[in-house]
Design a protein around this ligand. Structure first.
Ligand code: NAD
Length: 494
């Protein structure tokens, strides 16, 4: 069985002491062994990143941009290969895997505009004969810690901008589907990135804690579940690092009585069950307003019955398995407990039958969900959709605004005034108006509110340039030395 290596200073390195299986979720079989990094291995990766920093910082912006132009081509050409890797370890269907690569490419394209993005500002004659300009310099070694659910897109959210800004990176991908990160590191190398600028270490808490505690790591980007995001934020900040830590979600879609219900049901089913609900922007709650519930639930159910669930490599499959046997057990336990919590189980995904030992579960629909129940409050992260019924827009808004999470949300309506009010009032970082999964395009930044993000900077796009650079402000004058004199007064703006 192949052992998946770390990538340190361009070398493939394995740790012999600790390994962990990587499964094919569609078959339940162990397909690779993963090296789990020791403290020493992570320190080696940090040292490699630190050693590569001076030369990469000095590399001209045009040469840096070249790497991203090359990478874009390579990623496009190799998409089928990379999508196959994603499907084999994550389980999502091949078209969905190709979709995440396409969305990750947006970050590469954004980074290729680095000459424009890194421009500073200049003000002439702020005082007589005095000019001021600002420059953006890299922060140093960046740690990027990523979740299992987007093994290509989320690493690219971080590393594209971090590298474009002149930093060097240690990427710690999810241990459940780690091969995509090694593939990406190889593509970066082929695109011309010098060794040591992007290093990949696999591992668990030991690896993460080593990154969080290292004085040589200056910034931490994290995406994952809320308890870990909070932990990362607190520990990295206590160690004096800048940190952005994106957490979990429970995305509500409000459906107004004037919504076009066929289109809405199509959108809701796609966004709730795509990628088996393992998307941080999945719709997991529908808020049915003012009597729209019965018809909407019937339309959602009708569409669910037609979904094809199976091995992601089968072009007929629309939804694949969950990531692990534990994830399947966890998701199904929520469905099992839903009735006792007062919900009506309209479709019970546990009843779906699958051959073999894959981590498959069926799609579930829970209606009349109580807002104090666990199926409403917790992030389930599986193909389970909860429907909550309310009488008014205001009640629906109150639900969304008082929920623990505030990642994405959406409204389905034909009324512009209602949509505008929603946009103005709702407490979430990303809003869709008749758009079910409002992941911002790469020229904007991505981030939630409340317990969906710790830190104040959203990820990728323009905010990432601020996150991955430190600004320096330079004040200049070229006075006539003959007119120089001692002056103990504070410099004024005369
Ligand atoms: P996770 O929190 O279990 O793991 C994320 C990363 O943290 C992994 O690299 C993992 O190795 C590491 N980690 C896990 N436990 C740790 C610990 N105790 N100490 C230090 N590091 C630890 O998340 P996951 O299950 O891989 O991913 C799913 C979660 O990610 C969901 O909650 C989902 O909503 C969230 N997510 C959020 C976004 C977003 O943009 N807000 C995007 C994708 C996923």
């Amino acid at each position: 069985m192949a052992r998946i290596p770390h990538v340190i200073a361009g070398e493939k390195v394995t740790d012999a002491e600790r390994t962990q299986p990587v499964y094919n979720p569609a078959t339940g079989e162990e397909q690779h062994e993963l090296s789990i990094a020791s403290v020493a291995t992570v320190e080696q990766a940090i040292a490699a990143a630190k050693a590569a920093l001076p030369a990469w910082r000095k590399t001209s912006l045009t040469k840096r941009a070249d790497v991203f132009f090359n990478l874009r081509q390579l990623l496009k050409q190799r998409t089928p290969e990379l999508a196959a890797i994603v499907t084999s370890e994550h389980g999502k269907v091949l078209s969905d895997a190709a979709g995440e690569i396409a969305r990750g490419l947006e970050n590469v394209e954004f980074a290729s505009g680095l000459l424009h993005l890194l421009k500073g500002e200049r003000d002439e004659q702020v005082s007589t004969g005095v000019d001021v300009h600002s420059i953006k310099q890299p922060v140093g070694v960046v740690a990027a810690i990523t979740p299992f659910n987007f093994p290509v897109m989320v690493p690219l959210w971080m590393i594209a901008s971090a590298i474009a800004c002149g930093n060097t990176v240690v990427l710690k991908p999810s241990e459940r589907d780690p091969s995509a990160s090694v593939f990406i590191a190889d593509l970066f190398r082929e695109a011309g990135l010098p060794d040591g600028v992007l290093n990949v270490v696999h591992g668990d808490k030991t690896a993460v804690d080593t990154l969080l505690d290292s004085p040589d790591v200056k910034a931490v980007s994290f995406v994952g579940s809320t308890p870990i995001a909070k932990y990362i934020y607190e520990r990295a900040a206590a160690n004096g690092k800048r940190v952005q830590a994106l957490g979990g979600a429970k995305n509500h879609a409000m459906v107004m009585p004037d919504a076009e219900l066929n289109m809405t049901a199509d959108n809701v089913v796609s966004a709730a069950y795509g990628s088996a609900g393992e998307r941080c922007m999945a719709i997991s709650v529908v808020v049915a307003v003012g009597g729209v519930g019965d018809e909407l639930v019937a339309k959602i159910k009708e569409r669910m019955e037609k979904l094809v669930i199976g091995d992601g490599t089968d072009p007929a499959s629309e939804m694949g398995p969950l990531i692990t046997a534990e994830a399947k057990a966890r998701v199904e336990s929520y469905v099992a407990g839903a009735e006792a919590e007062g919900a009506t189980v309209v479709v019970d995904g546990r009843e779906a039958k699958f051959e073999g030992n894959g981590f498959f579960t069926g799609v579930s629909l829970l209606d009349h969900v109580k807002t104090d129940s666990k199926v409403y409050l917790d992030e389930i992260f599986g193909p389970v959709l909860a429907v909550v019924r309310v009488d008014t827009y205001e009640e629906g808004l109150e639900l969304i605004n008082t929920h623990q999470f505030g990642n994405g949300t959406g409204i389905f309506t034909r009324d512009g005034a209602t949509a505008r009010a929603f946009e103005f009032d709702v407490e979430a970082g990303m809003v869709g108006i008749n758009v079910p999964i409002p992941v911002p395009v790469g020229s904007f930044s991505f981030g939630g509110w409340k317990d969906s993000l710790f830190g104040d900077t959203h990820i990728y796009g323009p905010e990432s340039i601020n996150f991955y650079t430190r600004s320096k402000v330079v004040t200049t004058r070229w006075p006539n030395a003959e007119q120089s004199k001692v002056d103990l007064g504070f410099p004024s703006n005369s």
